[in-house]
Write a protein that binds this ligand. Sequence first.
Ligand code: GLA
Length: 348
Amino acid sequence: MNEPRASRSCFGPGRVNLMGDHTDYNQGLALPMAVDLGVAVTFDPWDEARVDISSDAYPGEPASFPLDPDVESIQDLEPAWARLAAAVVSLARPELGGRFHIASSLPRGSGLSSSAAVAVALAELCGVEGDALVVARLCQAAEHRIGVPVGLLDPLVCAGGRAGQALRIDFATLTTEPVTMAVDVECMVVDSGQRRDLRTSAYATRVAECGAAAAVVGPLGLATEADIIGLRDPLLRRRARHVVSECARVDAFARALSRGDLVGAGGVMDESHRSLAEDFEATTPVIDELTERVRSRPGVVGARMTGAGFGGCIVALAEPGTVDPASLDAPAWRVVPVDGTVARRKRG
Ligand code: GLA
């Protein structure tokens, strides 16, 4: 009889993006953090070349696939929720098959990156070595394999986040720099309840629009306001204006936080939301109304949509102790920055 193999587990944090949305696939800047809401994935290895997987989020819908699934079988796998897991496994090539189980404290489809949280935890359990960028590239390739054209923002911070800090990411150089908030401020996420799926939302359309603008003026994350005046199509000009101004806001926001200027930081969050609503059209009336309502609460310094938009969560910063998440008439959580999967592995 085969020896029983030791069970292992890994926490994959979700992420909140404080500033810089729809900039990652444009070689721009972002300032996300990995948070204490996430997924706990357990792995019980066995000697068969097969993977079984189940998730609390999809009760009664377990999936099973070979240890080395081919691309077509991944795209047709049912139930569909397990396709990302199969894609990660196919790229990570673990030595052993086994049973994975996912338990999540993240609201699904809410813009807090439940997919990347699962992907980075699976990659870790499959034995993927290397730094956060190596892990993030594998997870991004897995998303692309199932037809979701995401950037590197989510897996890079879910793998490379640092406890107590946000991560400034430069997607042109693919370098990261931890940013400490010099002020005592609470971060809250508030769920609009509006669900979205990146495969069916306008996300891919926005990626294509930015690509069309970049074909004229070069990567939008490296462009200036003067460059984008050359864009004749008014729609592409607005999309580009969002990306250019959003990258400038990442550094303005980080500077404000590090000098303790909460009013300044809040103002940058409001501008970012306006730009995402008006120029990028990535918000919805429900998200706009929620952001406005949370923003007007005493103690809140700023609020904005976070992540892809088109529904999902908003993020708000508040002076400590001023806002009880339970009083917001929508599911809300206080979140804190935690280590990503790679930082945890390095700590041992
Ligand atoms: C989603 C994608 C990311 C990024 C954000 C928007 O979360 O997965 O790559 O583009 O939207 O900033």
